[in-house]
Design a protein around this ligand. Structure first.
Ligand code: FPP
Length: 257
C-alpha cells in the first residue's frame, strides 16, 4: 500500500481503490465479559482474548496508515468491579507492556498513556512511564492507552490547572478558552479522534473522550471485542470513508449561496 497525502485528504491507495483513512481512531473495547459468558467461560478468558484483539487492531492501524489509535483499557469507574477482575485486568496490562514493549518499539510505535496517575498502584505507574519513555522518539503509529481514564475527571483536572495558572498570575481569566483548556487535557498534542468505534452493540460514550469526540464519526458495531478482527476493522474504515463530515458547516457552499 502507498500512502498519499496530496489534495488535502489523506488517502491510502491500493490496486483497486483509494480509501479515506482517519488520522485518529479511538475504540471502546466492550463485550469481553459477554463474549466469555456466551461460551460458558470465566470473564477473565474474555479479557485475555481481548488482548489478542488489541494486537490485531494495532497491526491493522499501523498497516492502514492510521497515525493515532486510542484504546479504552481501564476506566476510572472500572475500580468498582470485583477485586479479582480488577487484578486480572491489571495483570493483563502489565503482561502487555512487559511482553510487547520491545516489539512495539522495534515497529516504531510510540506509546502515550492518558488518564489520572493519582493513586496508581506502585507496580503499574513505573511500567506506564517506561513504555512512554522508551518509545517517545518513535515516529510511526501512536498507541494511546486510556488507563484509569474518565473524561469528566480529565476535564476537571484541566480546569484546575488553568485555575492554578490564574492564581499564580501566569494567565488571565480572559485567556481561558477552548484552545487553552484543550492544551491542559491528557491528550494535549494529539489530534481529535476522527472515528470512534464501540463494540458489543452498546451505543453510548461512557465518559470516553467527551471533549475530543465533539466531531468524531461514531460507529457502533455488534461484535464483542474479542471478535474484533482485521476484517471488522477494515469494514469500519470503509464505513468511515463513506461518511460526509461537515464540522458544523456545509460541504457544497455554492449550492446554498
Ligand atoms: C470491556 O469488556 C472491556 C474492558 C473493561 C477492558 C478492556 C481491556 C482489555 C481488552 C485488555 C487490556 C488492554 C490492553 C490495552 C492490553 P467488559 O468486561 O465490560 O464486557 P461486558 O460488558 O460484556 O461485561
Amino acid at each position: 500500500m502507498a500512502v498519499s497525502t496530496s489534495g488535502g485528504g489523506r488517502q491510502v491507495m491500493d490496486k483497486e481503490h483509494a480509501v479515506k483513512i482517519p488520522e485518529h481512531v479511538a475504540i471502546i473495547m466492550d463485550g469481553n465479559g459477554r463474549w466469555a459468558k456466551k461460551r460458558g467461560l470465566p470473564r477473565t478468558v474474555g479479557h485475555k482474548k481481548g488482548v489478542d484483539a488489541v494486537h490485531e487492531a494495532v497491526r491493522v492501524a499501523a498497516a492502514a496508515g492510521i497515525s493515532y489509535l486510542t484504546l479504552f483499557a481501564f476506566s476510572s469507574e472500572n475500580w468498582t468491579r470485583p477485586e479479582s477482575e480488577v487484578n486480572d485486568l491489571m495483570g493483563l496490562l502489565k503482561t502487555f507492556i512487559r511482553g510487547d514493549l520491545a516489539e512495539l518499539h522495534a515497529e516504531n510505535v510510540r506509546i502515550r498513556v492518558i488518564g489520572s496517575r493519582e493513586n496508581l498502584r506502585g507496580d503499574i505507574l513505573p511500567l506506564l512511564i517506561e513504555a512512554e519513555e522508551t518509545t517517545k522518539a518513535n515516529t510511526g503509529l501512536t498507541l494511546v492507552i486510556a488507563f484509569n481514564y474518565g473524561s469528566r475527571d480529565e476535564i476537571a483536572r484541566a480546569a484546575r490547572k488553568l485555575a492554578q495558572k490564574v492564581v499564580a498570575g501566569s494567565m488571565r481569566v480572559e485567556d481561558i478558552n477552548a484552545v487553552a483548556l484543550d492544551r491542559e487535557l491528557d491528550t494535549s498534542g494529539i489530534p481529535d479522534p476522527d472515528l470512534l468505534i464501540r463494540t458489543s452493540g452498546e451505543e453510548r460514550l461512557s465518559n470516553f473522550l467527551l471533549w475530543q469526540a465533539a466531531y468524531a464519526e461514531l460507529l457502533f458495531i455488534p461484535d464483542f471485542w474479542p471478535d474484533f478482527s482485521r476484517e471488522t476493522f477494515y469494514a469500519a474504515l470503509a464505513s468511515y470513508a463513506n461518511r460526509e463530515r461537515r464540522f458544523g458547516g456545509v460541504v457544497d457552499v455554492a449550492a446554498v449561496s
